[in-house]
Write a protein that binds this ligand. Structure first.
Ligand code: 5GP
Length: 211
């Protein structure tokens, strides 16, 4: 019924498990994942082109200048951006595309793509979030403190999202996010074309029967 794909934005506090939720979503269901560009250094185990397109600040700036991003933002001293071409091509082919991005980027997406579904992933409570961030062991105490400060600021943006999903049990969370996206794709306002076509077809049938 719906030709174009759905654009899905997933944001959430640092340490909430967004990456794992998204990875499981893609393994279990059919979604296209946009790989962002960033100026941040790769973490151990991260692969260029799979986790991120790792760029120098100069390369990143060039991409901004050439309109290569549908959105970009600065987050805790690094730049992050969503490459335009992949997202536009996938949506055009009718694929549902996931962007895992922070809140400033999500707001820019909402302005440009009013039909995008914005989902915010959160933890059951603040202490759990802190423990997850510390337990990850990928950032030093200073970076963790900055990310928790940022999380506090991000609570102001949470009401702007369409859906809030708690990541307590991973499998449940993955299914809940999928359910939200599924429900969204059935909204009548997304099927105006179908309704119009159905009306035309029924009009013809009615004519045939009454003649
Ligand atoms: P991390 O350094 O932990 O991989 O990511 C830091 C933050 O940047 C996360 O909240 C992540 O969702 C966000 N992020 C990743 N890629 C993008 C992007 O392309 N655009 C924006 N605006 N944020 C992004």
């Amino acid at each position: 019924m719906n030709k174009k794909g759905v654009l899905i934005v997933i944001s959430g506090f640092s340490g909430v498990g967004k990456g794992t939720v998204v990875k499981n979503l893609i393994e279990k269901y059919q979604y296209s994942l946009s790989v962002s560009a960033t100026t941040r250094a790769p973490r151990s185990g991260e692969v260029d082109g799979r986790d991120y397109h790792f760029k120098t600040v100069e390369e990143f700036q060039n991409l901004i200048d050439y309109n290569g991003f549908i959105e970009w933002a600065q987050y805790v001293e690094n730049y992050y951006g969503t490459p335009r071409k992949y997202v536009e091509d996938e949506l055009e082919q009718g694929h549902n595309v996931i962007l895992e991005i922070e809140v400033q980027g999500a707001m820019h997406i909402k302005e440009q793509y009013p039909d995008a579904v914005l989902i915010f992933l959160t933890a059951p409570n603040a202490e759990t979030l802190r423990q997850r961030l510390e337990g990850r062991g990928t950032e030093d105490a200073k970076v963790i403190a900055k990310r928790l400060k940022r999380a506090y600021e991000e609570t102001d943006d949470m009401p702007q999202y369409d859906y809030l999903v708690v990541n307590d049990d991973l499998d449940i969370c993955v299914d809940e996010v999928h359910a939200v996206i599924l429900a969204e794709s059935f909204k009548t306002e997304k099927h105006k074309q179908y309704i119009k076509k159905m009306k035309e077809e029924l009009f013809e049938i009615r004519k045939e029967i009454l003649s």
